[in-house]
Design a protein around this ligand. Structure first.
Ligand code: NAD
Length: 437
């Protein structure tokens, strides 16, 4: 079987690379020439554990790269759309790239194709993609059959390869058995390993993705609210979360308080779900509150820094971690960005260190007047407040004896509750955590 993947970002590259690892011929296409040229040279444009090894192993054999849409369409039986679907000003999804790709597929179609929406798209997008392709084929005087399938992706950045190879479930929304059977062939290896398959209609598959992300975001906002309540009543949120998580109706994951969720999915998908609600005249009230709690949580993170320092004007703040979570270089909607901007507004200096996302930060925020440092300790030298924003492994074993010697003022704001408050206080630091005294 031959597949093409259109859009070689976090999802597209992982999809193409992992399917090639499973023996499928994969051609990955992107309009970004620089990205494709890098990939052809073996340079991986994103950081994702284990991805480089798989790309290197399969490149030139089962895995190829191109910028030609015509080639990508001609090559494949199954064409994955994995382009970005950003949020518009009004919170709804911007589907410009999805429809651009759909139109190009129609223009170059030469025989029966299965077009698979892997991008996260609102309900009814599959239907609209089908109509768009049909209209162009009619205009071009072509009479090819085709099917549109919804196959939402659930991978998590930081463990994307692992998640793709062994997902919790595979969701396939299709309108006929022919397309479903072809998709079962694409995922033959995973299904053989016993990964559950949810085969359904297109609209249900589209909805599953939003419902799943909105529910996880709800867990995060919920525990953040509990943390804020714990702080006011001498309760320890970590113990609350642990005890909650031991109830297997609840489960322990996504119950870690922090500066609010970020990344390319939760913020976008929760807003998009409210946008879908407006269209179908049912506003999901819980999800609306989840978004608001998350917005306030970022402000709260900044208030903690302000409270711990009393005065920010002319002081130096160290931010440890920029990416929205560890093991990724992705800065999209990262709480660190909002926090840094607020600190700068208060006329303080900012020194930062992140193991993987500093070059993305320099490229995406070239005008932010922040000092990039070589490691955590050089970032903390002369600091009046250290803020741990992203819980990278290397920030979990900081040497506080050493830090005490190099900081200007011993203040530690632990937005991820990595450390025990009493332990850090015993080094002479003022310590602020989330939801615990
Ligand atoms: P991304 O921004 O990393 O990559 C998108 C790629 O699409 C870019 O390389 C861009 O150049 C390319 N592109 C845009 N328009 C194109 C066109 N017309 N033709 C060819 N290529 C084009 O995006 P991502 O994070 O991989 O996300 C892709 C989709 O998957 C989104 O809908 C997202 O919501 C969803 N998703 C993302 C994740 C995640 O963790 N990143 C997880 C699950 C689902």
């Amino acid at each position: 079987m031959n597949i093409s993947v259109i859009g070689v970002g976090y999802v597209g590259l992982v999809t193409g690379a992992c399917l090639s690892e499973f023996g499928i011929n994969a051609l990955c296409m992107d309009i970004d020439e620089e990205k494709i040229n890098k990939l052809k040279k073996g340079i991986i444009p994103i950081y994702e554990p284990d991805l480089a090894a798989i790309v290197h192993k399969n490149s030139g054999d089962k895995l190829h790269f191109t910028t030609s849409m015509e080639e990508a369409v001609a090559f494949a039986d199954v064409i994955f759309i994995a382009v970005d679907t950003p949020t518009r000003e009004d919170g709804t999804s911007d589907l410009t790239h999805v429809f651009e790709v759909a139109r190009n597929i129609a223009l170059y179609m030469n025989e029966y194709k299965i077009i698979v929406n892997k991008s996260t798209v609102p309900v009814f997008t599959g239907q609209k993609v089908r109509e768009e392709i049909k209209a162009i084929l009619a205009k071009e005087g072509k009479n090819f059959e085709f099917d549109v399938v919804s196959n939402p992706e659930f991978l998590q950045e930081g463990s994307a390869v692992k998640n793709f190879i062994c997902p919790d479930r595979i969701v396939i929304g299709s309108s006929n058995d022919k397309a479903l059977e072809a998709m079962k062939k694409v995922y033959y290896i995973q299904l053989l390993q016993g990964v559950p398959l949810v085969a359904t209609n297109i609209e249900t598959a589209e909805m599953i993705k939003y419902a799943s992300n909105a529910f996880l975001a709800t867990k995060v906002s919920f525990i953040n609210e509990m943390a804020n309540m714990c702080e006011r009543c001498n309760a320890d949120v970590l113990t609350v979360a642990r005890a909650m998580g031991l109830d297997d109706r609840i489960g322990p994951r996504f119950l870690q308080p922090g500066p609010g969720y970020g990344g390319s999915c939760f913020p976008k998908d929760t807003k998009a779900l409210v946008g879908i609600g407006k269209k179908i005249r049912y506003i999901p009230k819980i999800v609306k509150s989840v978004i608001e709690v998350n917005r306030l949580q970022r402000l709260l993170a900044y208030s903690k820094i302000k409270k711990a320092m009393k005065k920010l004007d002319n002081k130096t703040v160290t931010v440890l971690g920029l990416s929205f979570k560890p093991e990724t270089d992705d800065l999209r909607e990262s709480p660190a960005i909002d926090i840094i901007e607020k600190i700068l507004e208060s006329n303080a200096r900012v020194k930062v260190y992140d193991p993987k996302s500093m070059s993305n930060m320099k490229t995406n925020y070239p005008l932010l007047p922040i000092a990039y440092c070589e490691d955590a300790y050089s970032a903390c030298a002369g600091s009046d407040c250290i803020v741990l924003v992203t819980d990278w492994k290397e920030f979990k074993s900081l040497d506080f004896e050493k830090l005490k010697e190099i900081v200007q003022t011993p203040v530690f704001v632990d937005l991820r509750n990595v450390y025990e408050p009493e332990e850090i206080r015993s080094f002479g630091f003022r310590y602020e955590g989330m939801g615990r005294k």
